[in-house]
Design a protein around this ligand. Structure first.
Ligand SMILES: Cc1cc2nc3c(=O)[nH]c(=O)nc-3n(C[C@H](O)[C@H](O)[C@H](O)COP(=O)(O)OP(=O)(O)OC[C@H]3O[C@@H](n4cnc5c(N)ncnc54)[C@H](O)[C@@H]3O)c2cc1C
Length: 378
């Protein structure tokens, strides 16, 4: 029994065909190399830009695809389906929308066309070595000096940290004001005083570069401020909803895909003269996962429709992210078990999912922070 999906239009499904073809041809064959390199090469970003796979939901006048969140969601689903971890979504649907929503006309003209082409790669730097969950406690400072911001501090765990050209940096512009003293400042990585630290060795997601960033008296023009000074915390809380929801979208597809592959595996594998599928334990485990997967798909599609109509609230996005990533994690763990030793071998998709997906309960706001957000409304 498949859930009938009615969130997408014809043009979305046509776009899915383009995305699937691109991933199969341009990404899947290179994954091993990218994992070894710890990053995706620039040429692939440029190809994705040329194919219209970046910034699909941004207005056409700035080089975007002129689509909607449905197109962004399709990319997230197809990445999960293909088992690719490339941060196109972070670039296109998490960071670029801040510029599109908060940027002045001059900023949009200056940055967006190259971002849409993949010539400028984006990152967002919120987390610091001293803490990530408590965003308002951020210690990186930006002090105004004439026509410039002078930025000092450090960030860590930054996706695209190594390849990025432009980073949205969360800074304290009023040290005494807590959440009301935070601003978002765009920093070109060519700026003097900007330094990348080591590429961090992660448990999974090996083809995504994750790095430390250091800011040592980095000077950028005052015109690099996004939105209004000291209103950054509110901007983040608004846009983090989409970031969290994209994780839920990917999780629903990942669970379906892993279930499909695990069913194939257990029906083939033999133990005690029968297939692993024939043990009642296997059938029951997979039946549980199927039920969870259908429930998750139903929830994600409901929220997908809601997000495309009016945008999800912080609470709704937290519910989606929390539920999706917990269900996914439990399902993956059970399916690793059903694979036996092969479930621990990275050449098997379930093992890759095991190392890649663990972080989904941690990043974009840990699931404890999601519970905190949800519980405020109880
Ligand atoms: C692969 C990867 C990619 C990432 N990419 C980025 C990126 O691009 N940009 C970026 O800025 N950050 C990024 N992060 C950072 C990520 O968002 C943080 O790791 C996450 O928000 C948690 O922050 P922390 O690691 O400092 O943990 P801490 O804040 O130190 O939390 C430690 C533990 O305490 C718990 N905790 C914290 N607060 C509460 C609370 N109020 N109630 C209950 N428990 C609590 C947490 O849930 C966690 O279990 C990335 C992380 C990883 C691993």
């Amino acid at each position: 029994m498949e859930v009938i999906r009615n969130v997408y239009r014809e043009d979305h499904e046509q776009f899915r065909t383009t995305v699937r073809r691109f991933l199969e041809k341009e990404c899947v064959p290179h994954q091993e190399q990218w994992r070894a390199d710890g990053m995706v090469d620039r040429e692939t970003w440029l190809k994705a830009g040329r194919e219209g796979l970046l910034c699909t939901a941004l207005p056409e006048e700035y080089g975007g695809g002129g689509g909607d969140f449905g197109h962004a969601a399709i990319i997230a689903e197809e990445m999960a389906y293909a088992g690719c971890s490339i941060s196109f979504g972070l670039h296109s649907d998490i960071v670029a929308p801040y510029i599109a929503r908060l940027g002045t006309e001059e900023q949009k003209q200056r940055w967006l066309p190259k971002i849409c082409l993949g010539e400028t790669i984006l990152a967002v730097a919120i987390t610091e070595p001293g803490g990530g969950s408590d965003v308002k406690a951020c210690r990186t400072t930006a002090v105004r000096d004439g026509d410039e911001w002078v930025i000092n501090g450090s960030k860590t765990f930054i996706s695209n940290g190594f390849v990025s050209d432009l980073v949205m940096v969360v800074c304290k512009t009023d040290a005494a004001a807590g959440a009301k003293g935070i601003s978002l400042i765009m920093v070109e990585t060519s700026s003097e005083g900007f330094r990348r630290g080591r590429k961090l060795q992660k448990v999974g997601m090996h083809s995504q570069d994750t790095a430390e960033l250091f800011f040592d008296n980095v000077r950028v023009p005052v015109s690099n401020l996004l939105g209004e000074e000291n209103r950054g915390f509110g901007y983040l809380m608004h846009d983090l909803a989409q970031e969290r929801f994209i994780i839920a979208v990917a999780a629903a597809t990942k669970l379906e895909r892993m279930l499909e592959q695990t069913i194939g595996y257990v029906k083939d594998r033999k133990a005690f003269g029968q297939t692993v599928w024939e043990f009642q334990n296997t059938k029951f485990k997979l039946a549980d996962i199927k039920a969870q997967s259908v429930a998750l798909r139903t929830m994600v599609d409901y929220y997908l429709k809601t997000h495309m109509t009016r945008g999800l609230s912080g609470e709704e996005a937290a519910i989606a992210k929390l539920h999706a990533t917990e269900v996914l994690w439990k399902g993956i763990d059970d399916m690793v078990q059903l694979h036996g030793g092969y479930g621990y071998m990275l050449e098997y998709p379930i093992a890759r999912a095991f190392v890649d997906m663990r972080v989904a309960r941690i990043y974009a706001g840990s699931n404890e922070v999601m519970r905190e957000i949800i519980s405020r409304k109880l």
